[in-house]
Ligand binder design. Structure first.
Ligand code: ZN
Length: 158
């Protein structure tokens, strides 16, 4: 159609780069193939990167719906045991990696929003860190928890 493939997909997916093991937003899926193992692979253009950074990526293991940044009221949906996408700031780079929540320290919110702290362990290097909510992206599968909470609040005010 002559349409630029980069503009044809809205940012709804994220993909794990084989280069650094971090997750990036997908700008476009450029083509696909079946790898020798039978697993489908897609050629991915990462959001904010050019063609030289394109990668073939395993669809089953390394492509998924985007993780969601948390608003201040959504900290209640982040629970110990959860897989999250967590912003790890290293000496040279700051990237989004898979991590698991080990513990959630709930604190009273103030004008600045959520003051809760989360003890997380990164999957790729097993390092542990205490992070604020702004570094946590939750998986879309946790949406049902917020729906339950909203329903319960609505019921309580009736
Ligand atoms: Zn909070």
């Amino acid at each position: 159609s002559g349409k630029n493939p980069v503009e044809s997909v809205s940012v709804e997916f994220e993909a794990k780069s084989a280069r650094d093991g971090a997750w990036y937003d997908v700008a476009a899926f450029l083509s696909h193939r079946l790898f020798e193992s039978g697993d489908p692979e897609v050629r991915v253009r990462f959001s904010g990167f050019g063609a030289e950074e394109d990668e073939w990526i395993n669809v089953r293991k390394c492509v998924r719906q985007r993780s969601l940044p948390c608003e201040a009221t959504e900290c209640v949906a982040v629970l110990p045991g959860d897989l999250i996408l967590c912003f790890q700031e290293g000496k040279d780079q700051a990237l989004y990696y898979d991590a698991h929540v080990l513990d959630a320290q709930r604190r009273r919110h103030d004008v600045g929003g959520c003051r809760c702290r989360f003890l997380v362990r990164y999957d790729h290097d097993s390092s542990e860190e205490i992070v604020p909510l702004r570094k946590v992206c939750r998986r879309p599968e946790t949406d049902y928890r917020l729906q339950i909470l909203h329903a319960a609040r609505a019921a309580a005010t009736n």
